[in-house]
Design a protein around this ligand. Structure first.
Ligand SMILES: Nc1ncnc2c1ncn2[C@@H]1O[C@H](COP(=O)(O)OP(=O)(O)O)[C@@H](O)[C@H]1O
Ligand SMILES: [Mg+2]
Length: 238
């Protein structure tokens, strides 16, 4: 992991539309997340949180600025990468509020699919999937289909899937919203643990009062501008 790995945004702006109806959703956003670090991103509705995750995830194009992911400059007043689809598939783990598992694949194949698509041999992809399901304490459900899993189990499978290609970056949008507070904290415990284990840089967008104290650092965003706040940093040592 080289110097500068992790996530860096410098002067990132995003304007939707043009002329009288233009919306400046991000204005000169600066943010850094080190490998192995989990930071929170909080802010009122409409403050630019989803826009920021979409820019970082190469889903939409910023208007200007510079973005580095895993030690590589991906955007510098224009995309610096050939294939944004491959970047999203192989280098970024997305965790959404809903698990979005593929209904006709069992749990292990839901996780193994991405490494297979990235060109890993099937046996290796399945071995990696099993290892992740074990780390997330859901390996006993490996052969179950999504409809046979509880909500918490589905969310853990979707986290395993986000980690399957060992992405240097994970972007999570309200990952604990559908879970009760105990399961939400369990998910955060797993994210903190795996960030350390795989040196992943993780951003978690959240409104969840229960998990906010688990962040050592929090970025607050308001009107498209980020402000770093000290997290309570209580951590998860229980
Ligand atoms: N596709 C779009 N076209 C125009 N304006 C948008 C679009 N998406 C978001 N916005 C506007 O950009 C601002 C930030 O939105 P968003 O990033 O979704 O905020 P948050 O996720 O914090 O609620 C809001 O004013 C929103 O209305
Ligand atoms: Mg949003």
């Amino acid at each position: 992991m080289g110097l500068g790995a992790g996530i860096h945004l410098e002067g990132v702006s995003k304007r939707y539309g043009a002329g009288d109806t233009a919306v400046d959703a991000l204005k000169d956003v600066n943010m850094s997340v080190a490998p192995g670090e989990v930071v929170g991103l909080i802010g009122p509705s409409g403050s630019g949180k989803t826009t920021l995750l979409k820019c970082l995830g190469a889903v939409i194009e910023p208007t200007r600025g510079r973005m580095t992911l895993g030690g590589e400059v991906i955007y510098d007043n224009g995309w610096q990468i050939d294939d944004r689809r491959v970047l999203r598939r192989d280098r970024i783990g997305f965790i959404f509020q809903a698990p979005y598992l593929i209904p006709f694949l069992d749990a292990i194949d839901n996780v193994a699919l991405l490494p297979m698509l990235a060109g890993r041999p099937n046996a290796e992809a399945r071995a990696r999937a099993r290892e992740l399901l074990e780390a997330l304490d859901v390996a006993h459900r490996a052969q179950a289909f999504p409809s046979e899993l509880s909500g918490g189990e589905q969310q853990r499978v979707s986290i395993a899937r986000a980690l399957a290609n060992r992405p240097p970056v994970i972007l999570a949008d309200e990952p604990t919203a559908p879970l009760d507070s105990e399961r939400g904290l369990a998910v955060m415990r797993i994210l903190h643990q795996l960030a350390g284990q795989y040196q992943t840089a993780i951003i978690v967008v959240t409104h969840d009062e229960k998990i906010i104290p688990t962040f050592k650092r929090i970025y607050a965003i308001r009107d498209g501008r980020t402000v770093e706040e000290a997290g309570e940093g209580r951590g998860l040592s229980a």
